[in-house]
Design a protein around this ligand. Structure first.
Ligand code: UDP
Ligand SMILES: O=C(/C=C/c1ccccc1)O[C@@H]1O[C@H](CO)[C@@H](O)[C@H](O)[C@H]1O
Length: 483
């Protein structure tokens, strides 16, 4: 047997991730923390990731990320398939083709699959637990959104609490460990008018068979979400092991190397530009890798940035599937009229941007990775959520973590530039801004503590490793540090 194969047999965990950067990177970072405790780790995802990584780096085959081996399987579709327009079809085909393709990959790469300690999956590929069962391997899930979302979906899809319906769309949702939530605060997938049917179906199936997952790990930390984490103890516990962000943001760069993939090439010139700006002066704006804002909303943000006359750095990622209505594009006047005020890039080195001393606040779509990176950088947020977990993440920012404000939509669903300007001023100057900054700095300090030796997330990882390697006497998945 070749040496690499021998290694795979011994103390090995296979992570399986959905193809988005925001799903793969927390998995890889969990992988690094397992590797630091002597586990051999590989990550399997779909072919599109290999393709995007090659495009972004222009380099040779992407088969390792700082010691973690990458393996790829087909999602059953061509690389240029327009998943954005056909989201439900995409999820359906992935759910049908993924299991057999992953199973074949495991057979091809592991001479004795049964010897794998564990498969770790994430919520958009829940069928991985069936592949694990086929080989009699235990399965864990890394929940890659706030624990609050885990609790909401668990209660909603097991019908343990009342949620809005077509006949009562405006009801207030009351759940243990969480503030009262209006429909604007709920994840879009639990709303009766959610247009993407595949996600409620996926989550409904997933949350009714949670016992397929021996462990549920979370990309969050106990001290950030203690009430809602405690509320799940009696139902199906979640063990927070995060924040799974680059070690530089946690003061751990000396002891831990980062593992992450870049699907888009970042424009490093913005760091140079940031260095020329006064401390805490720049408004950073980004809506992540997927959201494409309608032209009217782009116009409102552009107008607000120009009017506040403060330096800004705006990530405008060209839409993967452009439309003729100008969605996701800057208004034609913007670059010329703001050329001395700010910078626009197609993709930024976000974690370096957020931790740069010139950055004052972040206007964000509230993707959970962006939120954790901001928490670890200690700066306030301006929330402009769009879909999936983002509305709930915005609610947490404002009412639970108290580190930001939210841009409220008008009755017609649009946003006005005046409202955005008000939000910017609120987080930049005055007593509210001061309090938000204080709270943000306190959470940053807490985040550093939980991942350090003996911190709550570090302990949860230690327990998990003990249990998958059989070094523990108690294996019922219920132990959770902080509870
Ligand atoms: O210009 C950008 C915008 C985003 N990101 C990274 O992309 C991820 C976005 O994940 P998130 O969950 O916030 O949102 P998604 O893109 O998945 O909607 C985060 O890790 C960001 O640091 C980046 O590197 N450069
Ligand atoms: O990264 C995604 C992927 C969404 C997707 C892509 C293709 C087909 C279906 C769905 O979503 C982001 O994930 C983050 C972590 O779960 C989350 O916090 C962000 O809000 C999502 O935008």
């Amino acid at each position: 047997m070749a040496q690499a194969e021998e290694k795979r047999e011994e103390n090995h965990v296979l992570l399986v991730a959905f193809s988005s950067q925001g799903h793969i990177n927390p998995m890889l970072r969990l992988g690094k923390r397992l590797a630091a405790r002597g586990i051999h780790v590989s990550l399997a995802t779909t072919e599109i990731v290999r393709h995007r990584m090659l495009k972004s780096s222009g380099a040779g085959p992407a088969d390792h990320v700082t010691g973690i081996e990458l393996l790829f399987f087909s999602d059953g579709l061509s690389l240029d398939y327009d998943w954005k327009t056909n989201l439900d079809v995409y999820m359906d085909i992935l759910g049908k083709q993924g299991p057999s393709n992953l199973s074949a990959l495991i057979k091809e790469h592991y001479t004795s699959p049964k010897k794998l300690l564990c498969l770790v999956t994430n919520p958009f590929v829940p069928w991985v637990s069936d592949v694990a069962a086929e080989y009699n391997i235990p399965c864990a899930m890394l929940w890659i959104q706030p624990c609050a979302l885990y609790a909401i979906y668990y209660r909603c899809f097991n019908k343990l609490s009342a949620f809005p319906t077509l006949t009562d769309p405006d009801m207030i949702v009351e759940l243990p460990g969480l503030p009262s939530m209006e429909k604007e605060d709920l994840p879009s997938f639990v709303l009766p008018n959610n247009p993407f049917g595949s996600f409620p179906k996926l989550f409904s199936e997933l949350f009714q068979v949670m016992e397929k997952f021996k462990w549920v790990l979370g990309n969050s930390f106990y001290e950030l979400e203690k009430h809602v984490i405690d509320s799940m103890c009696e139902l199906y516990p979640i063990r927070p092991t995060g924040p799974l962000v680059p070690p530089t943001l946690l003061g751990q760069d000396q002891e831990l190397e980062d593992a992450s993939v870049d699907m888009w090439k970042s424009d490093e010139t913005c760091i140079e530009w940031l260095t020329q700006q006064p401390p805490s002066s720049v408004i950073y704006v980004s809506f992540g890798s997927i959201v494409v804002l309608p032209a009217k909303q782009m116009e409102a943000i552009a107008t607000a940035l120009k009017n506040v006359k403060r330096p800004f750095l705006w990530v405008v990622k060209p839409p993967e599937f452009p439309t003729p209505d100008g969605a996701g594009q800057l208004p034609s006047w913007f670059l010329e009229e703001t050329k001395d005020q700010g910078q626009v890039v197609r993709w930024s080195p976000q974690t370096r941007v957020l931790s740069h001393p010139a950055v004052a606040c972040f206007i964000t779509h509230c993707g959970w990775n962006s939120m954790l990176e901001t928490i670890c950088s200690g700066i306030p947020l301006i929330a402009y959520p769009q879909w999936t977990d983002q509305p709930t993440n915005a609610k947490l920012i404002v009412d639970v973590f108290k580190i930001g404000v939210r841009i409220k939509k008008e009755g017609d669903g649009n946003i006005s530039s005046e409202v955005i300007e008000k939000c910017i001023e609120e987080v930049m100057v005055g007593p509210v801004a001061e309090q938000l900054r204080k709270n943000a700095m306190a959470l940053k300090a807490e985040a550093q503590k939980v991942v350090a030796a003996g911190g709550s997330s570090d302990e949860n990882i230690r327990l998990f490793v003990e249990e998958i390697t059989g070094d523990s006497c108690k294996k019922d998945g219920s132990r959770n540090v902080g509870i």
